[in-house]
Unconditional design. Structure first.
Length: 214
């Protein structure tokens, strides 16, 4: 990677091991390194799929600072100039540079919209012929299936946890009912025992009285 920029804003490129530029960006701080972090997630954008494809081949992406300035507008202009020079069809960029991050005139926005629509049309035309696009779409579908599978597994896990909680509640209910029954049976036994003792005491009293009367 080229030396660290000394100014606040910079324009950078990401390249594959053959030094083909596949992404152009404008950033500040550690923005240049954040794309690899995104690629380690389940992000399914073209750029992240490209990075993961390079990793699977046992290679690393290359990062270069190509422009630096203290003026953010200059950084945006250089980013857009470089993207136009390389060509959107050769990049993983979604736009021609920095949409929404600075104020644009109506003319700029209209031109930008036209460029993006033309790029999308071109991609649709090439979809059946471009191996990279086909591979990218397959990766997107793989990621989508992975997310769906993960969602099913998480739902299955939640269902299992719910069933386990219900089983625990049922066990507690049964134990509580058994405890109540045992307590009721114990109270009944004590009551019967007390009645028997009372009857025996009363019987002995009657016997003593009868003996005394004789």
């Amino acid at each position: 990677m080229s030396s660290l920029p000394q100014k606040r804003f910079y324009v950078y490129t990401l390249t594959d091991p053959q030094n083909h530029i596949f992404y152009v960006g404008k950033g500040t701080g550690d923005r240049i390194h954040q794309h690899e972090t995104e690629a380690r997630s389940v992000c399914a954008c073209h750029k992240c799929c490209k990075i993961r494809k390079i990793w699977r081949a046992g290679e690393q992406i290359r990062k270069y600072y190509v422009f630096e300035t203290d003026d953010e507008r200059e950084a945006y202009q250089e980013e857009e100039r470089l993207i136009q020079e390389i060509g959107m069809r050769n990049l993983c960029n979604k736009t021609v540079g920095g949409i929404g991050t600075r104020s644009r005139t109506n003319e700029e926005m209209e031109a930008l919209q036209v460029a993006v629509e033309a790029y999308d049309r071109q991609r649709r035309i090439e979809r059946g012929h471009d191996p990279d696009l086909i591979a990218w779409e397959r990766e997107v579908e793989d990621v989508r299936k992975e997310l769906q599978q993960r969602a099913r597994e998480q739902q299955h896990q939640r269902n299992q946890e719910l069933r386990e909680r219900e089983r625990q509640k049922e066990r507690k209910r049964i134990l509580e009912a058994r405890r109540i029954q045992e307590n009721a049976a114990d109270r009944q036994r004590r009551k019967e025992l007390n009645q028997r003792w009372d009857e025996e005491r009363h019987q002995r009293w009657l016997e003593r009285r009868n003996r005394n009367e004789k």
